[in-house]
Design a protein around this ligand. Structure first.
Ligand code: FAD
Length: 394
């Protein structure tokens, strides 16, 4: 893979680049661009999450896989991230009798990794802050982009003051509901679609055991597949597990039918009986935590001349069942890095080739992600389907 430490073409023409969004992909992108010798201004809508508690109910865990690690290695930060990651060697299915089945994710030694979204983002912001070429601004909400004038409006959410700044090259990494993309949506021949599933998700917690033991197997992704819906759990460093219930909005077993704490408990005791004793705050969390929707967003083109480029969820938001949204966004950074090595700061060429290379791949990922929902919630429970082995119940 291309090394970012020596990029003669870009080193000869340093420019100030504007990165909108300091989430997972925006932070990594800023690091890559800075290593190519550019000054980077990184704007983030939220306050500095470091030192704050869980953010906007999105304290979820993410599965980090090979393509993600490769991108982190490309800027030399994989080891720093590995310190906050837990290997998951395979998935463990829980049936309604409490029986367990294991399916490995790969050959011996191969794993995907559980990382906390907030923990990873905090660590990446620390690394961004150490980079002298990056200036990081919090509480800066992009309100409007004028692609003709190459100007954008930023609202300082702390002071409520707005200002207009101009940009030369703008990178929109401001997530699934991107303000940068919404400006492109008003340009000619910009294709856009968003498709919501009839399912939502809710985050719940399996608490750490008081005796310091792991309440369920640490090095696995746990799945309670139930045909039309499922719950999954990923391990946290403190011994707890982040659970996510993927559940229909409407229907016989659905968010619509679970309206009281008693209904929630009775439902969980019926379908997830082995998890209930491990979830002491189930009823409170079920009503306090938001129910969030699941969307696939496709759009094209991602670039405007040499001036604007969308990356990460802003360009290709996918449903989470393949565990590849962040990984694909990180891979965007790997590919952009390779193109910067090839073309230097010929941004028009870099942007054109980037979208041509990435669009088919991220479209394929979006399709696989929807397909894999059926696999996870249903087919993994079928003993004929895959190589799997029974685990002795504890
Ligand atoms: P985001 O993480 O959304 O970051 C965007 C940033 O831009 C945020 O910091 C936001 O505050 C900021 N921003 C937004 N609007 C503005 C604005 N107007 N002005 C300035 N800043 C702004 N992916 C995986 O790879 N593996 C998984 O296991 C996985 N599990 C998932 C589970 C769930 C339930 C969900 C919902 C997603 C999951 N994903 C997973 C997908 C992953 O979360 C996203 O793909 C990833 O967060 C995208 O990163 P991003 O930086 O592009 O966008």
């Amino acid at each position: 893979m291309a090394d970012v430490s020596s990029s003669p073409a870009s080193a000869s023409a340093p420019e100030t680049l504007t990165v909108m969004g300091g989430g997972l992909v925006g932070s990594l992108l800023a690091l890559y661009l800075a290593r190519h010798g550019h000054a980077v201004e990184l704007f983030e809508r939220r306050p500095d999450i470091r030192g704050a508690g869980p953010i906007e109910g999105r304290s979820i865990n993410l599965a980090l896989s090979d393509r993600g690690w490769r991108a982190l290695e490309g800027v030399g930060i994989a080891e720093a991230v590995r310190e906050v990651a837990i290997p998951m060697h395979g998935r463990i299915m829980h049936d309604t009798q409490g029986g367990l089945t294991f399916q490995p994710y790969g050959q011996a030694g191969q794993s995907i990794y559980s990382v906390s979204r907030a923990g990873l983002n905090r660590r990446m912001l620390d690394l961004v802050e150490r980079e002298p070429a990056i200036r990081l601004y919090f509480n800066q909400q992009c309100r409007r982009v004028d692609v003709k004038r190459q100007e954008l409006e930023l609202l300082d959410t702390a002071t409520q003051q707005s200002r207009v700044v101009s940009y030369q090259h703008l990178f929109g990494v401001d997530g699934a509901f991107s303000a940068v993309r919404s400006a492109l949506q008003r340009t000619d021949r910009f294709n856009y679609s968003q498709e919501f599933l009839d399912y939502g998700y809710k985050e719940l917690t399996i608490e750490a055991a008081p005796d310091g033991q792991w309440p369920i197997e640490k090095n696995a992704l746990h799945i309670w597949p139930r045909g039309q819906y499922m719950m999954i759990a990923l391990p946290n460093l403190d011994g707890s597990f982040n659970c996510t219930l993927f559940f229909p909005y409407e229907g016989p077993d659905s968010f619509a039918t679970l309206q009281t704490p008693e209904q929630v408990l009775a439902f969980f005791q019926r379908v997830f009986p082995d998890a209930v004793p491990l979830m002491p705050n189930l009823q409170t969390e079920f009503f306090e935590n938001p129910t969030s929707s699941l969307v696939t967003i496709r759009c094209f083109p991602w670039a405007v001349h040499d001036q604007v480029l969308l990356l990460g969820d802003a360009a290709h938001a996918i449903v989470p069942f393949y565990g590849q949204g962040m990984n694909a966004g990180f891979e965007d950074c790997t590919i952009l890095n390779e193109l910067l090595h090839r073309h230097g700061p010929n941004w028009a060429e870099v942007f054109r080739e980037f979208e041509a290379q990435r669009k088919p791949n991220t479209d394929a990922m979006a399709n696989l992600a929807v397909y894999n929902f059926q696999e996870m919630r249903d087919r993994v429970a079928d003993p004929r389907f895959l190589l799997q082995k029974k685990i002795e119940s504890k």
